[in-house]
Structure formats: C-alpha cells, structure tokens
Design a protein around this ligand. Structure first.
Ligand SMILES: [Zn+2]
Length: 298
C-alpha cells in the first residue's frame, strides 16, 4: 500500500500537472470508487471545477478546487494516477479519466479497486480528517515530546500504535518496520514503555525513514507507479522490510520475520531490544529466540 513517501511523491508529480487546470470532462467507470454516490452524478459535479492546489494529509491526496470544494483521494492498496502518454491507451484497470483544459488526460487506475474518491463541500474537510488522522510526522511541530504524549498509557505494541493513523498519519507496514529498526526498538514493545531516549531515537527514525523514502521517490512494490509510469527505488534500500534471513546492516544477525498487529513484521532480533520482563516479545523472535531471551534479561 502506498504510504506517506509514495503519496507525497505522487502529489509532487501531480501538482504541476493539475494546478490551475480545469476538469473539462470526467468519466468514472467504477461505482466502487465513489460509493455510496452515483458515478455519473459525481462526475457531473466535478466537471468544470478548477484545481487550486494539490495537497496531502497522511495517505490522502487532496485536490482543492477554486470553489473550495475538495476531492479527497485515498489510493489504498493499488490506486494511482497516470498523466500524459502513460494515461493513454486501453487499460483494463482504469477506473476514471479526467480530460483537462490544456488537452491532456489524467487517468486513475486501481487493480485491487479499494481506492476511494470523496467529493467534499467547502468546510467539510477538516472535520472529516480530524477524527481519522493524527500528527503529520514530517511537520515541524511534531517533536519527540509530542510523540511521547501520543504513546503514553497505550499498552498496545509500538508497531500497532504507529500503524494507527490516529497516532501518526501516513505510516504503514513498510516505514514502521524501517523506523523501528533505525530506532533499535522491538516491534512488540508496549508503546507506553519507551523511555525518553528511545522516544528521541524513534522520533528521529520515523522522520529519517520517511525522508529516505521521499528521496528515492517511494518504493515500487506491486502496482505503485509515478504519474509518468516510472518507478520509485526505495525498495532497494530497505533495512529490514521484506529482508527475512538476510544479515542486519548494523550487526550481521539474520533479520527475523514474525507477525505483529496482524501484519508481516521484520526486525533484527539482536539490535532491536526487548525490555526486561517482556517475555511475550522475547519468545516472538522466531529465528534467534535464545539471543532475544538473553537480551531481555539485561
Ligand atoms: Zn542488528
């Protein structure tokens, strides 16, 4: 699923394409994209709207029109936009097509069909997002102290707390695993148990992981592509995600894979430490249980 770096990369590519452009015609070919509304009605509402800005919040793309209405897009598993030549031709996975007033087309394609478009009237956006999204992790106002406040009194594993979009907006399975590795924190540690130093490490690690993803224009797994059809390259830079059995970059221990919060989870059983007394976490590291147990008693 596209996470913050992938959605932000998409936003940066769409911004010059869409800003100032009018939606001349809009075709929506998949009722799932806009349900419970009728595709033809939504398409008719969008026709004639001129894009004022292309924004992002968490994993949402926000097309803000000059009328102050917004089209709120969530790409979910496999959604994405294509522009120019990449938008042309027959595509069985194309769900919508927007013809712009400069003569170019923007196509929305989605293989798995979980993505959504929601047209909101002026003033509706903030309330809609407020109940769904927490802090923007790359925002200057997001600090280690703020992260500590968000995690306080939460007994859930840190991985689950970070996947919850109401904690930090935009993190998913990939960048949570990467950030926890950088911070040297075991994914099963109770969120509330992190001390000040660990919170500082995690705060830096979350930002560094996302920045690394942005610098490489996201990771291309399955169907994620940039609007011109190009791929990101972050998948070649992962420290733990998808690297089960390969040596840890820091200590050489084979990366372990387990399941946390219902998701495949990769971590280094040596340098991502489990605190004393947390036997549940210690027994979960499948490939090097004795090593983890030894560490947990330090
Ligand atoms: Zn390691």
């Amino acid at each position: 699923m596209p996470e913050l770096p992938e959605v932000e990369t998409m936003r940066r590519r769409l911004e010059p394409v869409l800003t100032g452009r009018r939606f001349e015609t809009v075709e929506i070919d998949d009722a799932r994209l806009v349900r419970p509304y009728e595709p033809d009605e939504v398409a008719a509402e969008l026709q004639g709207e001129r894009v004022a800005s292309v924004e992002r919040r968490g994993k949402y793309l926000i097309l803000r029109f000059e009328t102050d209405r917004v089209l709120l897009v969530h790409l979910r598993m496999t959604g994405g936009f294509r522009h120019g030549e990449a938008a042309a031709g027959d595509d069985p996975h194309r769900r919508a097509l927007v013809h712009l007033d400069d003569g170019t087309d923007v196509a929305y394609r989605d293989v798995r069909r979980f993505g959504t478009w929601l047209l909101l009237e002026p003033g509706e956006l903030d309330a809609y997002l407020a109940t769904r999204l927490g802090e923007e992790p790359l925002d200057a106002l997001f600090t280690a102290a703020r992260l500590g406040a968000l995690l306080a009194r939460r007994r859930a594993p840190i991985k689950a707390a970070l996947l919850d979009q109401r904690t930090l907006a935009g993190l998913g399975n990939i960048y949570v695993d990467e950030a926890l590795w950088r911070a040297r924190i075991h994914p099963l540690r109770p969120a509330e148990s992190l001390d000040k130093k660990e919170l500082q490490r995690l705060h830096r690690a979350v930002r560094a992981s996302l920045e690394a993803g942005l610098a490489r224009q996201g990771s291309t797994l399955r169907d994620y592509r940039l609007p011109d059809g190009a791929s990101g390259s972050m998948q070649h830079e992962f420290k733990v995600y998808g690297r089960g059995g390969e040596p840890c970059d820091r200590c050489g221990t084979p990366i372990s894979k387990s399941r946390v919060a219902g998701r495949g989870t990769w971590f280094c059983p040596t340098c991502q430490t489990v605190q004393a007394g947390n036997t549940q976490a210690a027994s979960s590291s499948s490939s090097a249980p004795s090593r983890s147990r030894r560490q947990s008693s330090v």
